[in-house]
Design a protein around this ligand. Structure first.
Ligand SMILES: *Cc1c(COP(=O)(O)O)cnc(C)c1O
Length: 365
C-alpha cells in the first residue's frame, strides 16, 4: 500500500474539483454512436477562424523544428499597434486562462483571499484553490456581478479580485461607470483582473474601456482571448494588458515557450482579417436575435446576454434536459458546477443547429 499522495500534495488540492469542459463531440459519438452531433456547449465560434489565420498556422507548421519566438515579438507588436499601447504592457498566454494563472501565481500567497462573484467564471476559484488561496464569493445581482457586494468583502487578507466582463456562464456585464466607481474604492495594493474573453461581441456604448482605466488604476489587469470571437480555441492563445511592471513580473514566471508558433502566426492573421471579424459579428447578432425570439416564443426564460451564448431557465432540474438533448445529438452545458441546477448554457450555432435545438427543446422540457 502506497502512501496516499493527496497527503503529499499542496493543501489546496484536497477539495479541488477540476474544470468541467463542454462534452467533446467525439466522446458523445463513442458513447451513443451518434453522427451529426451538434455542439453548443463551449461558446466556440461556428464560423471558425479567418482563412488567413488557418493558412498562417499551416505555414508555421513548416518551421516547427525551431522553437517559437519566446518573446512573441511580432504578435505583441501587432497588438500594441491595434490597441495603441506600448508592447511592454502585453503578456502573451497559452490561452487567456494561462494569464489568469500567472497573475494568481505572481500575487497570491497561501491563505490569502480572492474576491469573486457567485456565478462568476469557475476557473477563477479553481486557480485560487490551486494556489492555496481562499475564494470568497459575493452574492450576485440579477445573475451578474454585484460590485458593491464584492467591495464589502474586501479585508486585509484580500489580494486579488476577478471580474469576468462579460461573464460566463451568465452573459451579464458591468458598465464603465460602475467599474470606475468600483476601482476608485478598491485599495491600490489589491490586483483587479477583468477577464474580457467575449469583449469583441459586446455592442454596448457603456462597455468599459479597461485600457483607459489602467491609466488611473495601475492595479487593473485586462485579459483577452483568441479562443472565442477569433475562433482559435484549439490553438491556445490569449493575452494580458497591464502596467509594464506587472507584465515584467508575469514574464518572470511565464514558461519560456508558452505560445506555439502556429498560434502566434494565426493570431496576427486573425487580427488582420477585418472582413472576417465583421462577418462573425453579423453572424452572431443574427443568431442571437433568432434565439431570443425563439426562446420568447416558447416562453423559455433566459438571462439577457451580450455574448455568443444564452443561459436558459428550464424551471426544473436541467440535468435531465441536458441528458435528453444528448440522446438527440445536441450538446449543451449544464450549470450544476455553478450552483445553477435549473439552467443550461447554450451557444449560438449555425441557423440549422439553432433550429434543431429549438425543435428538440419543447419535447424534452
Ligand atoms: C472561454 C473563457 C476563457 C478562456 O479563454 P482561453 O483564452 O481559451 O483560455 C476565459 N474567461 C472566460 C470568461 C471564458 O469564458
Amino acid at each position: 500500500m502506497h502512501h496516499p499522495f493527496i497527503n503529499l500534495a499542496n493543501p489546496g488540492l484536497a477539495n479541488l474539483i477540476p474544470y468541467q469542459p463542454g462534452k467533446p463531440i467525439d466522446e458523445l459519438h463513442r458513447e451513443l454512436g451518434l453522427d451529426n452531433i451538434i455542439k453548443l456547449a463551449s461558446n466556440e465560434n461556428p464560423l471558425g477562424p479567418s482563412q488567413h489565420a488557418i493558412a498562417a498556422a499551416q505555414e508555421a507548421v513548416n518551421t516547427s523544428k525551431l522553437y517559437p519566438d519566446g518573446s512573441g515579438y511580432a504578435l505583441k507588436q501587432r497588438l500594441s499597434e491595434a490597441l495603441s499601447i506600448t508592447s511592454d504592457r502585453i503578456t502573451l498566454g497559452n490561452g487567456s486562462d494561462n494569464i489568469l494563472k500567472l497573475v494568481t501565481q505572481a500575487f497570491l500567497r497561501p491563505n490569502e483571499e480572492v474576491v469573486l462573484s457567485e456565478y462568476g467564471f469557475s476557473t477563477f476559484s479553481i486557480i485560487t484553490r490551486a494556489h492555496n488561496g481562499i475564494p470568497v464569493f459575493a452574492k450576485a445581482k440579477q445573475w451578474g456581478h454585484d460590485l458593491s457586494a464584492m467591495l464589502a468583502l474586501i479585508n486585509n487578507k484580500t489580494r486579488l479580485i476577478f471580474i469576468a466582463n462579460p461573464n460566463n456562464p451568465t452573459g451579464t456585464w458591468v458598465n464603465h461607470e460602475d467599474l470606475q466607481n468600483f476601482l476608485s474604492e478598491v485599495p491600490e495594493q489589491i490586483i483587479v483582473v477583468i477577464d474580457e474573453a467575449y469583449m469583441e461581441y459586446v455592442d454596448q456604448p457603456e462597455y468599459p474601456n479597461s485600457i483607459a482605466l489602467q491609466e488611473h488604476y495601475p492595479n487593473l489587469i485586462s485579459t483577452r482571448s483568441f479562443s472565442k470571437f477569433h475562433g482559435l480555441a484549439g490553438l491556445r492563445v490569449g493575452y494580458g494588458i497591464s502596467h509594464p511592471e506587472i507584465a515584467d513580473l508575469l514574464n518572470r514566471i511565464r514558461l519560456p515557450f508558452n505560445v506555439n508558433s502556429c498560434a502566434l502566426a494565426a493570431a496576427i492573421a486573425a487580427l488582420d482579417d477585418e472582413a472576417h471579424q465583421q462577418a462573425v459579428r453579423a453572424f452572431n447578432l443574427e443568431g442571437m436575435q433568432m434565439m431570443r425570439k425563439a426562446y420568447t416564443d416558447l416562453a423559455i426564460d433566459f438571462i439577457p446576454s451580450v455574448t455568443n451564448f444564452l443561459t436558459i431557465d428550464c424551471k426544473q432540474p436541467a440535468d435531465a434536459v441536458y441528458l435528453a438533448l444528448l440522446k438527440q445529438g445536441i450538446i449543451v452545458r449544464p450549470l450544476l458546477p455553478y450552483a445553477m441546477p435549473n439552467h443550461l448554457r447554450i451557444s449560438i450555432g449555425f441557423p440549422e443547429d439553432n433550429a434543431a435545438l429549438m425543435n428538440a427543446l419543447p419535447k424534452v422540457l
